[in-house]
Design a protein around this ligand. Structure first.
Ligand code: ATP
Length: 310
Protein backbone atom coordinates (compact mmCIF):
# COMPACT_ATOMS: atom_id res chain seq x y z
CA UNK A 1 0.00 0.00 0.00
CA UNK A 2 1.26 3.52 -0.76
CA UNK A 3 2.28 5.23 2.48
CA UNK A 4 0.14 8.22 3.50
CA UNK A 5 3.37 10.14 4.00
CA UNK A 6 6.92 9.33 3.00
CA UNK A 7 9.89 11.62 3.30
CA UNK A 8 13.40 11.00 2.10
CA UNK A 9 16.29 13.00 3.48
CA UNK A 10 13.92 15.92 3.97
CA UNK A 11 15.97 18.91 5.08
CA UNK A 12 15.23 22.55 5.91
CA UNK A 13 17.96 25.04 6.62
CA UNK A 14 17.58 28.64 7.76
CA UNK A 15 20.96 30.21 7.07
CA UNK A 16 23.48 28.19 9.02
CA UNK A 17 20.78 26.63 11.23
CA UNK A 18 19.39 23.26 10.18
CA UNK A 19 15.83 23.06 11.49
CA UNK A 20 15.14 19.62 9.97
CA UNK A 21 17.99 17.33 9.11
CA UNK A 22 17.71 14.55 6.52
CA UNK A 23 14.40 13.21 7.81
CA UNK A 24 13.22 9.78 6.63
CA UNK A 25 9.65 9.12 7.70
CA UNK A 26 7.11 6.57 6.54
CA UNK A 27 3.55 6.79 7.79
CA UNK A 28 1.21 3.99 6.81
CA UNK A 29 -2.39 4.77 5.94
CA UNK A 30 -4.93 4.29 8.71
CA UNK A 31 -2.44 4.81 11.50
CA UNK A 32 -1.92 7.52 14.09
CA UNK A 33 1.65 8.76 14.02
CA UNK A 34 2.99 10.91 16.83
CA UNK A 35 5.87 13.32 16.39
CA UNK A 36 7.27 14.36 19.74
CA UNK A 37 10.14 16.57 20.69
CA UNK A 38 11.07 19.53 22.85
CA UNK A 39 10.58 23.12 21.70
CA UNK A 40 12.59 23.87 18.61
CA UNK A 41 13.01 20.19 17.67
CA UNK A 42 11.69 20.79 14.15
CA UNK A 43 8.13 19.48 14.43
CA UNK A 44 6.38 22.53 13.02
CA UNK A 45 8.96 22.91 10.25
CA UNK A 46 8.40 19.28 9.21
CA UNK A 47 4.62 19.62 9.12
CA UNK A 48 4.82 22.87 7.17
CA UNK A 49 6.96 21.23 4.50
CA UNK A 50 4.43 18.41 4.17
CA UNK A 51 1.69 20.98 3.57
CA UNK A 52 3.76 23.06 1.15
CA UNK A 53 3.61 26.10 3.43
CA UNK A 54 7.39 26.16 3.22
CA UNK A 55 9.67 24.41 0.75
CA UNK A 56 12.45 22.00 1.72
CA UNK A 57 16.07 22.98 1.17
CA UNK A 58 16.71 19.43 -0.06
CA UNK A 59 15.18 15.97 0.07
CA UNK A 60 11.71 14.88 -0.95
CA UNK A 61 8.27 14.33 0.50
CA UNK A 62 5.25 12.46 -0.80
CA UNK A 63 1.87 13.13 0.77
CA UNK A 64 -1.06 10.90 -0.23
CA UNK A 65 1.00 9.87 -3.23
CA UNK A 66 1.69 13.46 -4.39
CA UNK A 67 4.58 15.86 -4.14
CA UNK A 68 3.23 18.66 -1.86
CA UNK A 69 4.09 21.56 -4.18
CA UNK A 70 2.46 19.84 -7.14
CA UNK A 71 -0.70 18.70 -5.36
CA UNK A 72 -2.46 22.09 -5.35
CA UNK A 73 -5.98 22.58 -3.99
CA UNK A 74 -7.00 19.00 -4.86
CA UNK A 75 -4.40 17.65 -2.45
CA UNK A 76 -5.21 20.26 0.20
CA UNK A 77 -8.85 19.16 0.19
CA UNK A 78 -7.78 15.65 1.16
CA UNK A 79 -5.95 16.96 4.23
CA UNK A 80 -7.26 18.48 7.47
CA UNK A 81 -4.71 20.77 9.10
CA UNK A 82 -4.45 22.48 12.47
CA UNK A 83 -1.45 24.83 12.49
CA UNK A 84 0.58 25.34 15.64
CA UNK A 85 -0.23 29.02 15.74
CA UNK A 86 -3.79 29.24 14.69
CA UNK A 87 -4.93 32.59 13.31
CA UNK A 88 -8.60 32.98 12.51
CA UNK A 89 -10.60 35.82 11.03
CA UNK A 90 -12.12 37.43 14.11
CA UNK A 91 -14.98 39.59 12.84
CA UNK A 92 -17.32 36.75 11.91
CA UNK A 93 -19.27 34.18 13.86
CA UNK A 94 -17.80 30.70 14.24
CA UNK A 95 -20.53 29.20 12.09
CA UNK A 96 -19.82 31.64 9.21
CA UNK A 97 -16.11 30.98 9.41
CA UNK A 98 -16.59 27.21 9.26
CA UNK A 99 -19.02 27.55 6.33
CA UNK A 100 -16.34 29.51 4.52
CA UNK A 101 -13.76 26.77 5.20
CA UNK A 102 -16.28 24.14 4.06
CA UNK A 103 -16.49 25.86 0.66
CA UNK A 104 -12.75 25.44 0.28
CA UNK A 105 -12.35 21.99 1.80
CA UNK A 106 -15.15 20.32 -0.09
CA UNK A 107 -18.27 18.54 1.03
CA UNK A 108 -19.09 18.42 4.72
CA UNK A 109 -21.80 15.95 5.75
CA UNK A 110 -24.99 17.61 7.06
CA UNK A 111 -24.80 18.04 10.82
CA UNK A 112 -21.06 17.26 10.99
CA UNK A 113 -20.10 20.79 12.05
CA UNK A 114 -22.69 20.95 14.82
CA UNK A 115 -21.80 17.47 16.05
CA UNK A 116 -18.12 18.34 16.35
CA UNK A 117 -18.84 21.73 17.93
CA UNK A 118 -21.12 20.06 20.50
CA UNK A 119 -18.55 17.42 21.32
CA UNK A 120 -15.84 19.98 21.89
CA UNK A 121 -18.19 22.47 23.53
CA UNK A 122 -17.75 25.57 21.40
CA UNK A 123 -20.51 28.09 20.72
CA UNK A 124 -20.67 28.73 16.96
CA UNK A 125 -22.96 31.74 17.31
CA UNK A 126 -20.24 33.88 18.91
CA UNK A 127 -17.92 36.24 17.11
CA UNK A 128 -14.60 34.49 16.72
CA UNK A 129 -12.67 37.40 18.26
CA UNK A 130 -14.66 37.09 21.51
CA UNK A 131 -13.64 33.45 21.97
CA UNK A 132 -10.90 32.35 24.35
CA UNK A 133 -7.72 30.79 22.98
CA UNK A 134 -9.02 27.31 23.81
CA UNK A 135 -12.34 27.95 22.08
CA UNK A 136 -10.57 29.24 18.98
CA UNK A 137 -8.49 26.07 19.02
CA UNK A 138 -11.73 24.08 19.07
CA UNK A 139 -12.85 25.88 15.90
CA UNK A 140 -9.51 24.92 14.37
CA UNK A 141 -10.17 21.29 15.23
CA UNK A 142 -13.70 21.40 13.82
CA UNK A 143 -12.42 22.79 10.50
CA UNK A 144 -9.75 20.07 10.30
CA UNK A 145 -12.09 17.15 11.03
CA UNK A 146 -15.38 18.30 9.49
CA UNK A 147 -14.86 17.03 5.93
CA UNK A 148 -13.43 13.69 7.07
CA UNK A 149 -10.14 14.16 5.22
CA UNK A 150 -7.98 11.17 4.35
CA UNK A 151 -5.12 12.73 6.28
CA UNK A 152 -5.15 14.88 9.42
CA UNK A 153 -2.03 16.90 10.19
CA UNK A 154 -2.31 18.36 13.67
CA UNK A 155 0.39 20.61 15.13
CA UNK A 156 0.13 20.71 18.94
CA UNK A 157 -3.65 20.35 18.60
CA UNK A 158 -4.56 20.34 22.28
CA UNK A 159 -2.68 23.47 23.33
CA UNK A 160 -5.03 25.59 25.41
CA UNK A 161 -7.66 22.86 25.82
CA UNK A 162 -8.79 21.70 29.24
CA UNK A 163 -8.39 18.00 30.14
CA UNK A 164 -12.00 17.01 29.41
CA UNK A 165 -11.82 18.50 25.94
CA UNK A 166 -8.45 16.86 25.40
CA UNK A 167 -10.11 13.53 26.14
CA UNK A 168 -12.84 14.25 23.63
CA UNK A 169 -10.19 15.14 21.09
CA UNK A 170 -8.40 11.81 21.67
CA UNK A 171 -11.73 10.08 21.05
CA UNK A 172 -12.03 11.95 17.74
CA UNK A 173 -8.55 10.78 16.75
CA UNK A 174 -9.41 7.16 17.54
CA UNK A 175 -12.60 7.43 15.50
CA UNK A 176 -10.69 8.93 12.61
CA UNK A 177 -8.37 5.93 12.64
CA UNK A 178 -11.35 3.58 12.81
CA UNK A 179 -12.68 5.35 9.67
CA UNK A 180 -9.41 4.56 7.91
CA UNK A 181 -8.09 8.14 8.12
CA UNK A 182 -4.40 8.75 8.81
CA UNK A 183 -3.39 11.12 11.60
CA UNK A 184 -0.04 12.85 12.04
CA UNK A 185 0.06 14.53 15.41
CA UNK A 186 2.82 16.65 16.89
CA UNK A 187 3.10 17.27 20.58
CA UNK A 188 5.53 17.89 23.36
CA UNK A 189 3.11 16.16 25.74
CA UNK A 190 3.98 12.52 26.08
CA UNK A 191 0.72 11.32 27.56
CA UNK A 192 -1.17 12.56 24.54
CA UNK A 193 1.06 10.67 22.15
CA UNK A 194 0.95 7.59 24.30
CA UNK A 195 -2.81 7.54 24.41
CA UNK A 196 -3.41 8.37 20.77
CA UNK A 197 -0.55 7.15 18.61
CA UNK A 198 0.36 3.76 17.15
CA UNK A 199 3.81 4.82 16.01
CA UNK A 200 6.02 7.58 17.31
CA UNK A 201 9.13 9.40 16.23
CA UNK A 202 11.11 11.38 18.79
CA UNK A 203 12.64 14.43 17.18
CA UNK A 204 15.50 16.43 18.61
CA UNK A 205 17.44 19.23 16.94
CA UNK A 206 15.91 18.30 13.60
CA UNK A 207 16.80 14.62 13.74
CA UNK A 208 14.88 11.50 14.67
CA UNK A 209 16.49 10.12 17.80
CA UNK A 210 14.07 7.24 18.37
CA UNK A 211 11.26 5.72 16.36
CA UNK A 212 8.93 2.78 16.60
CA UNK A 213 5.64 1.50 17.95
CA UNK A 214 4.63 3.51 21.02
CA UNK A 215 4.68 0.41 23.22
CA UNK A 216 8.23 -0.47 22.19
CA UNK A 217 9.57 2.86 23.38
CA UNK A 218 8.37 2.03 26.88
CA UNK A 219 7.75 5.66 27.60
CA UNK A 220 4.90 4.93 29.93
CA UNK A 221 6.51 3.09 32.76
CA UNK A 222 8.27 5.96 34.46
CA UNK A 223 6.55 8.08 37.09
CA UNK A 224 7.76 10.89 39.31
CA UNK A 225 6.23 10.69 42.74
CA UNK A 226 6.09 13.20 45.57
CA UNK A 227 4.64 12.37 48.96
CA UNK A 228 4.34 14.01 52.35
CA UNK A 229 4.18 11.59 55.26
CA UNK A 230 3.49 11.96 58.95
CA UNK A 231 4.65 9.77 61.81
CA UNK A 232 7.63 8.21 60.11
CA UNK A 233 11.35 8.08 60.83
CA UNK A 234 13.17 9.10 57.63
CA UNK A 235 16.06 6.67 58.07
CA UNK A 236 13.93 3.59 58.43
CA UNK A 237 11.75 4.75 55.53
CA UNK A 238 14.85 5.20 53.37
CA UNK A 239 15.96 1.64 54.17
CA UNK A 240 12.59 0.31 53.10
CA UNK A 241 12.43 2.40 49.93
CA UNK A 242 15.90 1.40 48.84
CA UNK A 243 14.78 -2.22 48.85
CA UNK A 244 11.92 -1.55 46.41
CA UNK A 245 12.63 -2.62 42.82
CA UNK A 246 12.58 0.14 40.20
CA UNK A 247 12.65 3.03 42.70
CA UNK A 248 15.46 5.54 42.22
CA UNK A 249 16.42 9.19 42.73
CA UNK A 250 15.08 8.93 46.26
CA UNK A 251 15.10 12.23 48.17
CA UNK A 252 13.83 12.53 51.71
CA UNK A 253 13.52 15.89 53.46
CA UNK A 254 12.80 15.98 57.15
CA UNK A 255 10.69 18.74 58.63
CA UNK A 256 7.37 18.82 60.43
CA UNK A 257 6.47 15.99 58.09
CA UNK A 258 8.75 13.90 55.87
CA UNK A 259 8.77 14.87 52.21
CA UNK A 260 9.68 12.20 49.71
CA UNK A 261 10.39 12.47 46.02
CA UNK A 262 11.50 9.60 43.80
CA UNK A 263 11.28 8.06 40.35
CA UNK A 264 9.41 4.80 39.85
CA UNK A 265 10.36 2.71 36.83
CA UNK A 266 7.84 -0.09 36.45
CA UNK A 267 5.30 -1.40 38.94
CA UNK A 268 4.11 1.31 41.32
CA UNK A 269 2.23 -1.08 43.60
CA UNK A 270 5.07 -1.96 46.04
CA UNK A 271 5.66 1.75 46.68
CA UNK A 272 1.97 2.45 47.27
CA UNK A 273 1.77 -0.47 49.72
CA UNK A 274 4.83 0.81 51.58
CA UNK A 275 3.52 4.37 51.85
CA UNK A 276 0.09 3.15 52.91
CA UNK A 277 1.49 2.01 56.22
CA UNK A 278 2.03 5.65 57.21
CA UNK A 279 -0.17 8.71 57.38
CA UNK A 280 -0.04 10.07 53.81
CA UNK A 281 -0.68 13.82 54.01
CA UNK A 282 -0.17 14.42 50.31
CA UNK A 283 0.67 12.38 47.23
CA UNK A 284 1.36 13.40 43.64
CA UNK A 285 2.15 10.98 40.83
CA UNK A 286 3.34 12.63 37.64
CA UNK A 287 4.31 11.51 34.21
CA UNK A 288 7.88 12.34 33.33
CA UNK A 289 8.45 15.21 30.99
CA UNK A 290 9.90 14.52 27.62
CA UNK A 291 13.44 15.18 28.75
CA UNK A 292 13.29 12.55 31.45
CA UNK A 293 11.88 10.02 29.02
CA UNK A 294 14.59 10.72 26.49
CA UNK A 295 17.18 10.32 29.22
CA UNK A 296 15.57 7.03 30.09
CA UNK A 297 15.48 5.93 26.45
CA UNK A 298 19.16 6.51 25.94
CA UNK A 299 20.65 6.18 29.36
CA UNK A 300 21.61 9.38 31.10
CA UNK A 301 24.90 10.06 29.35
CA UNK A 302 23.77 9.46 25.78
CA UNK A 303 20.40 11.05 26.61
CA UNK A 304 22.18 14.22 27.70
CA UNK A 305 24.03 14.23 24.40
CA UNK A 306 20.79 13.80 22.51
CA UNK A 307 19.01 16.53 24.42
CA UNK A 308 21.86 19.00 24.30
CA UNK A 309 22.72 18.10 20.69
CA UNK A 310 26.33 17.35 21.49
P1 ATP B 1 7.96 24.31 19.07
O1 ATP B 1 7.24 23.23 19.80
O2 ATP B 1 8.71 25.23 19.97
O3 ATP B 1 7.15 25.00 18.01
P2 ATP B 1 9.17 22.77 16.94
O4 ATP B 1 9.65 21.38 17.21
O5 ATP B 1 7.88 22.90 16.22
O6 ATP B 1 9.14 23.55 18.29
P3 ATP B 1 10.26 24.37 14.84
O7 ATP B 1 9.29 25.49 15.01
O8 ATP B 1 10.08 23.47 13.68
O9 ATP B 1 10.33 23.50 16.15
O10 ATP B 1 11.71 25.01 14.80
C1 ATP B 1 12.88 24.25 14.55
C2 ATP B 1 14.08 25.18 14.52
O11 ATP B 1 14.03 25.99 13.34
C3 ATP B 1 14.15 26.14 15.69
O12 ATP B 1 15.48 26.24 16.06
C4 ATP B 1 13.64 27.43 15.12
O13 ATP B 1 14.21 28.53 15.77
C5 ATP B 1 14.10 27.37 13.66
N1 ATP B 1 13.19 28.08 12.77
C6 ATP B 1 11.90 27.77 12.51
N2 ATP B 1 11.35 28.64 11.62
C7 ATP B 1 12.34 29.53 11.31
C8 ATP B 1 12.42 30.68 10.43
N3 ATP B 1 11.39 31.07 9.71
N4 ATP B 1 13.61 31.32 10.38
C9 ATP B 1 14.66 30.91 11.09
N5 ATP B 1 14.66 29.86 11.92
C10 ATP B 1 13.53 29.17 12.05
Amino acid sequence: MTPAIRTHELTKRYGSRTAVHSLDLTIEPGTVFGLIGPNGAGKTTTLRMLLDIIRPTSGTAMVLGKVPDEGGPALRRRIGFVPGELRLEGRVRGRTLLAHYAEISGPVAPGAIDDLADRLGVDLSRQVRTLSKGNKQKLGLVQAFMHRPELLVLDEPTSGLDPLVQREFLGMVREARANGQTVLLSSHVLSEIQQAADQVAVLNEGRIVAEGPVASLRLGRIRRIRATLDGVAPDSLRDELERLPGLRDIHLADGEAVRLSATVDGDIDPLVKTLARFHVVDLAVEEPDLEESVLQLYGSERGEEVLRGR
